[in-house]
Write a new protein. Structure first.
Lengths: 222, 318
């Protein structure tokens, strides 16, 4: 059960600032080893793997908000969902940039060839591009412009993006599929929870309608 | 299928125990995840990256050496694939420190007149040890330059006298789940096996390698004895060698068994044949960020080895 303290913590303006700093942490973790002149034999792989990992993690965090709100009875958690989603997009941008700049040196022709020829690039690119409209429409203004219902439908694209991201990882590794499967399990259970929640709601609505059919017109007119 | 609505009670919809357990499970899973992550970070910090000093080896120079810039000892010893010790390229340096490599014997058998075992001491005395500075190209698209130490594999092969029936050589790595518990999660079948055609194995460039950077091999780089085949992708250069068999038919090889469309038996470095998931035209000479180097046919050893493949379609025999 949420305590008043938990609610107070979650609604404090400082919590958001602290969370923001935590979300920047992985970026610091990528930069600091270079500043310290640590042994980084393959800097590109280090940056690519780390930014890719963090993109998937932030997608999982973002998808985790809705189930956690309900299961922990902490609706205030919604305050952090946009930030987490935007950080997923931020790390996805860094991840894509390393590919664009270092791997392909801005060779757009080579990139199209890659996307066309190599399935793991195709799904990775899809996962990334799907996040772009979501990042753009993440503001309150865009929610108003689109209307809540249409906005929610559009933002379901994150489900596809997360699944594509996991497939991208799975197809990338040579043989060690344990970590991609771990992400697959996380994303899978978060999506399964949504399906379960949707079925449960449908059943409740059906039940309410069946038990009190006369009340239905009154509800509709509200 | 459908029950009458009146049969249902609220408890039918959400059994209380299930509901509560699910919450606990999710909380527990979350805590476990955070705990595991923090634990791993602490462990990584505690594990020191120090390398056990090797024994110095006396060597002579080799005409096969390149004069390209050698990679640092630290880079080469902290970035390599050795799936028996973990699948990250930083793992072998951390996890191979306690690997016991003495005493060590290599058994040689099959289509030979004199099958026998070699101790490491015997291998070290087969021929004068040479320092060979080779380019090393990984199938993943990166490359390094390493001063290996060893002798031509042919020196050992000639001692056991292969019979005319021998057409291939099969190699096998050491594998002990007790010493290599992470081998379970490698995703490839172990022990690691590799193979060469007899003429490839007998080529003077094929190195039976016992050291690098003036010393015996560090554990994580395939101690105490490995193969180095510089014109092929790195995974052909099998590590921690224990068995050699001269055979009639082409032997199975580990990565080929894992994904035959991606890793062929020959696996010669070839810029014109892409890996299905990435181009092989260019490579990153570590620690470069960019793919600054054009990949050379046979990794630049074409003058010496191209004749081995005369008349073969290297697109098919990749």
């Amino acid at each position: 059960m949420p305590t008043p303290l938990a609610t107070k913590l979650l609604t404090s303006k400082w919590t958001k600032a602290v969370l923001f700093l935590l979300c920047v942490g992985p970026l610091v973790g990528i930069i600091v080893p270079f500043l310290r002149h640590d042994i980084i034999p393959d800097p590109l792989e280090f940056i690519q793997h780390d930014t890719g990992d963090w993109t998937l993690r932030f997608l999982v965090f973002t998808l985790g908000i809705t189930p956690l709100r309900q299961l922990l009875h902490l609706p205030e958690l919604i305050r952090f969902r946009r930030m987490l989603g935007l950080f997923a997009f931020f790390y996805a941008c860094l991840h894509f940039s390393t590919y664009l700049v270092f791997d392909k040196i801005f060779d757009i022709h080579e990139i199209w060839k890659d996307i066309y020829k190599r399935p793991f690039i195709t799904v990775g690119f899809l996962a990334f591009t799907l996040l772009i409209p979501l990042a753009i429409t993440s503001t309150a203004g865009w929610i108003r412009r689109l209307g809540g219902r249409r906005w929610r439908i559009l933002h379901r694209a994150i489900y596809v993006s997360a699944v594509c991201g996991v497939i991208h990882y799975y197809w990338l590794v040579k043989s060690a599929v344990i970590r991609p499967l771990f992400y697959a399990a996380l994303v899978g259970s978060l999506l399964a929870w949504r399906v379960g929640d949707w079925l449960l709601r449908r059943r409740r609505t059906a039940l309410a309608n069946a038990v009190a059919p006369q009340r239905a017109p009154i509800n509709v007119s509200q | 299928m459908l029950r009458k609505p009146t049969d249902l009670t609220y408890a039918d919809v959400t059994p209380k125990s299930v509901y509560a357990n699910r919450r606990n499970f999710l909380r527990g899973a979350g805590l476990a995840f955070i705990g595991a992550y923090v634990g791993k970070r602490l462990f990584d910090m505690a594990a020191s990256p120090s390398v056990a000093a090797g024994t110095k080896l006396t060597t002579i120079k080799s005409p096969f050496s390149t004069d390209e810039k050698i990679n640092s000892f630290n880079d080469v010893t902290h970035y390599n694939n050795f799936y028996e010790f973990g699948v990250d390229k930083g793992d072998p340096a951390k996890n191979a420190q306690k690997f016991v490599t003495s005493p060590w014997t290599v058994s040689v058998s099959g289509e030979v007149k004199k099958s026998r075992k070699f101790s490491l001491d015997e291998i070290l005395k087969l021929a004068p040890l040479e320092e060979r500075i080779y380019r090393h190209r990984c199938v993943e698209g990166w490359s390094i330059v390493v001063p290996w130490i060893g002798l031509s594999f042919s020196a050992l092969a000639n001692l056991v006298e292969p019979t005319p029936k021998a057409r291939f050589v099969a190699f096998e790595s050491y594998y002990d789940i007790g010493q290599m518990p992470l081998g379970r999660y490698a995703g490839i079948q172990l022990p690691y096996v590799e193979g060469l055609r007899l003429d490839e194995a007998m080529h003077p460039l094929t190195l039976l390698c016992v050291g690098m950077y003036g010393e015996t091999l560090p554990n994580q780089d395939g101690a105490p004895v490995r193969l180095v085949v510089p014109w092929k992708y790195g995974f052909k250069s099998i590590k921690s060698l224990v068995k050699i068999r001269f055979v009639k038919d082409q032997p199975p090889t580990t990565w080929n068994m894992s994904a035959s469309q991606e890793y062929g038996f020959y696996s010669n470095v070839n810029p014109t044949v892409d890996h299905p998931r990435w181009s092989q035209a260019r490579e990153r000479r570590l620690p470069d960020l960019f793919k600054s180097h054009k990949t050379l046919m046979f990794n630049g050893y074409g003058d010496q080895v191209a004749s081995l493949y005369a008349g073969m379609d290297l697109r098919k025999s990749y």
